[in-house]
Design a protein around this ligand. Structure first.
Ligand code: SAH
Ligand code: SF4
Ligand code: F3S
Length: 432
């Protein structure tokens, strides 16, 4: 049987799609990128904002007609929206066969092999950690590994705890085994995943210790992680981040808002001063340390003044990049109870102002890379011009270069950065 997985949402879902691929291939299914020849179509969905659910539903709807062509075709909705909407999805999309939440992927092979009829499996399983199950590699040279599932924070706007359940940390031994296996297959870059990834602790192993242990695995050259929570940076962690050369000089550090009043309403558990002190410590020894962020514009109750404070923090922190969102009220969350104070137009207006300011900062930060020799992990030929290749620096900047030698995905080369236009860094290879 051939399967195809369409993944929406965050990197946790990308990882879970890899887990699902491993489970399916374990019972003899084969991946196909061609949806027309698939017997099993999976939609691994996201609920973070209203738009994410609308996009997934629109996509699934396109495949209703495929069932007429292939009566054996089975359609699965899995992931966060499966949990969030549950059996309502059967009503809305009656041609969908199975709705499976994030704690029930291990049941999928049995559903397929036993040709089970329409099925809904969405309750939380507080013990399910997929112990001993490893995801298919995302690329032969770089892959992500989930170390935490769920989230205990309950930020007032966020649906994640309601669709992913309570936080669960994987056994360090299991995490290290998955990374060792990836390294044995040629992977040199690992991205650790968790909603509050730096809060990781399991038995006596802290996140800092785990990072250290991973860096000792032969073949692992670069370690990344996302998303750390500002509340969980401590001295032990900052020391290892700064002193261990295999941990990349990039942190994705979600700010959400630059107003203490709004941060409090969001239940973020830090204030602006604490946030900026982490930024300062990370960049103290290395001004090129990249910090990226997430920001929500137009949260309930956000005043003009609160938003101005966000803009000020953005100017001060000089983020290397930012994912910027409009607040989307999510049923079931705490802030959903509160009446919105801003119109869509006002929320978009704030967002657009933020984007303009942040874009200027991106150019400014990128200019610091000019004339430097940077080690690049080679990824792939560029989609625009196949003679050019794309790679990433340690601090997560994309570099385009025309190779003067044969290169392969996964190689490391040193590029001299000799041209910067807005967001695009260009360079030439000057060494290995
Ligand atoms: N665990 C991460 C966030 C994961 S969700 C953290 O705590 O930072 C990714 C991002 O989506 C969040 O950082 C937030 O900026 C955004 N987001 C979450 N809920 C949202 C909502 N209801 N409306 C708009 N953006 C939201
Ligand atoms: Fe959502 Fe907050 Fe958990 Fe992040 S830490 S996933 S924003 S509840
Ligand atoms: Fe979306 Fe679920 Fe991730 S709601 S952001 S896919 S954890």
């Amino acid at each position: 049987m051939k399967y195809h997985i369409a993944t929406f949402g965050c990197q946790m879902n990308e990882y879970d799609s890899g887990l699902l691929s491993s489970l399916l291939e374990g019972v003899g299914c084969q991946a196909t990128s061609n949806t027309e020849e698939a017997d099993l179509l999976f939609f691994n969905t996201c609920s973070i904002r209203e738009k994410a659910e609308e996009t997934a539903i629109a996509r699934v709807s396109q495949y209703q007609c495929f069932k007429r062509k292939n009566p054996k075709l089975k359609i699965f909705i899995v992931g966060c929206m499966a949990k969030n909407k549950g059996k309502d999805l059967f009503k809305k999309l009656p041609y969908v066969d199975y709705i499976i939440g994030p704690d029930h992927y291990k049941e999928i092979p049995e559903i397929i092999l036993k040709h089970k009829h329409r099925h809904l499996f969405i309750d939380f399983d507080e013990t399910e950690n997929y112990q001993g199950y490893y995801a298919k590699l995302q690329t032969p040279y770089s892959t992500s590994v989930s170390i935490q599932r769920g989230c205990n924070k309950r930020c007032s706007y966020c649906i994640v705890p309601y669709v992913r359940g309570k936080e669960k940390y994987r056994d360090a031994i299991d995490v290290l085994a998955e990374i060792q296996r990836a390294a044995d297959q040629g992977v040199s870059e690992i991205m650790l995943l968790g909603q509050t990834v730096n809060a990781y602790h399991n038995e006596n192993i802290s996140f800092a210790t785990l990072l250290d242990k991973i860096s000792q695995i032969n073949g692992i050259e670069r370690i990344r992680f996302t998303s750390p929570h500002p509340r969980h940076y401590n001295d032990e962690l900052l020391d290892v981040l700064i002193s261990n050369p295999k941990i990349c000089n990039h942190a994705h550090l979600p700010l959400q808002s630059g107003s203490d009043a709004i941060l409090k309403k969001m239940r973020r558990q830090y204030n602006v001063e604490q946030f900026l002190s982490i930024v300062e410590r990370l960049r103290k020894n290395n001004p090129l340390y990249a910090i990226t962020t997430d920001i929500i514009s137009g949260f309930v109750g956000e005043t003009d003044d609160d938003f101005e404070q966000t803009l000020n923090v953005v100017r001060e922190a000089e983020f290397d990049n930012a994912f910027m969102f409009i607040y989307s009220p999510r049923a079931g969350t705490e802030s959903f109870q509160e009446k919105e104070t801003l119109s869509e137009k006002e929320k978009w207006g704030r967002h657009e102002r933020l984007v303009v300011i942040q874009n200027e900062i991106i150019s400014k930060r990128n200019k610091l890379m000019f004339n430097r020799d940077e080690k690049i992990l080679v990824e792939r030929p560029s989609t625009k011009d196949p003679e050019e290749w794309v790679g990433k620096t340690d601090n997560f900047k994309k570099v385009i270069f025309k190779p003067n030698q044969i290169v392969h995905p996964g190689d490391y080369v040193v590029c001299h950065i000799n041209d910067i236009r807005g967001w695009t860094l260009r360079g030439e290879i000057v060494g290995e």
